[in-house]
Design a protein. Structure first.
Length: 387
């Protein structure tokens, strides 16, 4: 049995590397089958196929194969669902004079890894120009029946889950949206909570903040073209700040802090540091809202069980493996450990969770209702671009 396992693994490794040398869809399909076969032969601690993927995921050959494939999948999804990626990108690139040399000295080293198929990660104009376009594709993949409006359905699912958990902004409240990107989540918060006095979008990337501010400026001047993928309302309560969470949050005072699809882009040590800063920045009775991917759900658990298939998204998310290992349960426990008296969780989609942590005098600790609130998995198959 042991020799059969070793022979099978070696055969799989040879075929795997042969498939890497020719990155066709057929060869990738072979890799998927081989990974599944090798997993079946491997001990449960760490499948051999996963070890192979760990070894190659940072290589130049790897980047030449999987990173372009991951981006192509997103672009094809957008186009197949009625989002004209090329037209929107051409519009935003020419809508203003951009400064791609802007830099910042308050960002941790972890932030400068390649992200989302961009060698410079989030600190480049291409990433900022394409963020809201790519979000349309993410929405269409999670809620394919809604097509180009899938992003609104996706974000609406998080809104509904937060409401169920008791998320609220007091009249005259201050909201910080940490990791706001180009401001989609910040603008949505402003629309949903008219009782808030101030909504501040914060991002470490100078390029993201440039685009966030310019979109609002274009809207205020009546110059936002119909080719752009989102409606943008100018709102005097909304502002954008260029800063890392670690630099921005100390000595601040807020009623709500939001981490919207941010934590999976952080190494666990950075999350633990930031959740402490969020707690310290909140007023008494303040709330921290988090929503993100949940690898305890069947859809993501099945995806991760196949190392090659998981690598399609892991190739553009450098901390995703650490995030999956860390887990939502430890994320909630870390929030409780820094002083949140009650940390409530529930399912938001078939693959995502929502969390509300309360800074109150007393509370019930961690209240995890993800299992009992589990929702159907509507996500597209990994290689599909439209339902």
């Amino acid at each position: 049995m042991l020799s059969h396992g070793i022979t099978g693994a070696r055969t799989a490794d040879r075929a795997t590397m042969a498939a890497f040398a020719s990155p066709s869809r057929a060869s990738i399909a072979v890799l998927l089958a081989l990974c599944a076969h090798t997993n079946a032969l491997s001990p449960p601690a760490k499948p051999i196929a996963a070890q192979v993927m760990d070894a190659v995921v940072g290589s130049e050959l790897w980047r030449r194969i999987m990173v372009p494939q991951a981006k192509k999948t997103m672009r094809d999804t957008a186009e197949a669902n009625g989002v004209d990626w090329s037209d929107a990108l051409d519009y935003i690139k020419n809508a203003a004079t951009w400064d791609d040399d802007a830099s910042a000295d308050d960002i941790g080293d972890y932030y400068f890894r390649p992200f989302h198929a961009y060698d410079d990660g989030n600190c480049c104009l291409e990433a900022a120009w394409e963020q809201e376009i790519a979000s349309k594709a993410v929405g269409a993949r999670n809620y394919p029946e809604f097509g180009a409006e899938g992003d609104d359905a996706f974000r609406g699912a998080f809104d509904a889950a937060l409401d169920e958990l008791g998320a609220a902004v007091p009249a005259g409240g201050v909201v910080y949206d940490i990791g706001c990107g180009t401001g989609t989540s910040t603008r949505r918060l402003a629309a949903r909570y008219p009782e808030a006095a101030e909504i501040v979008g914060v991002d470490a990337s100078p390029q993201m903040i440039q685009v966030a501010r310019e979109l609002v400026s274009l809207s205020a001047r009546g110059a936002l073209d119909a080719r752009w993928v989102n409606e943008v309302a100018a709102d005097p309560r909304v502002s954008f700040e260029r800063a890392s969470a670690e630099a921005f949050l100390p000595n601040k005072s807020a009623d709500v802090v939001v981490l919207s699809l941010v934590v999976h882009e952080l190494p666990p040590f950075a999350y633990e540091r930031i959740v402490q800063l969020c707690h310290d920045a909140l007023k008494p009775d303040g709330q921290l809202w988090i929503y993100d991917m949940d690898f305890d759900t069947p859809g993501f658990a099945d995806l991760r069980a196949n190392p090659l298939l998981f690598s399609l998204i892991r190739s553009t998310e450098p901390y995703l493996d650490e995030y999956a290992d860390y887990g939502v349960g430890r994320m909630a426990a870390a929030a409780a450990n820094v002083g949140f008296s009650e940390v409530k969780l529930r399912a938001a989609t078939g693959r995502h969770f929502a969390l509300v942590a309360e800074k109150t005098a007393t509370g019930a600790g961690v209240v995890d209702r993800r299992l009992e609130t589990r929702l159907p998995d509507t996500h597209l198959a990994s290689w599909a671009v439209k339902s």
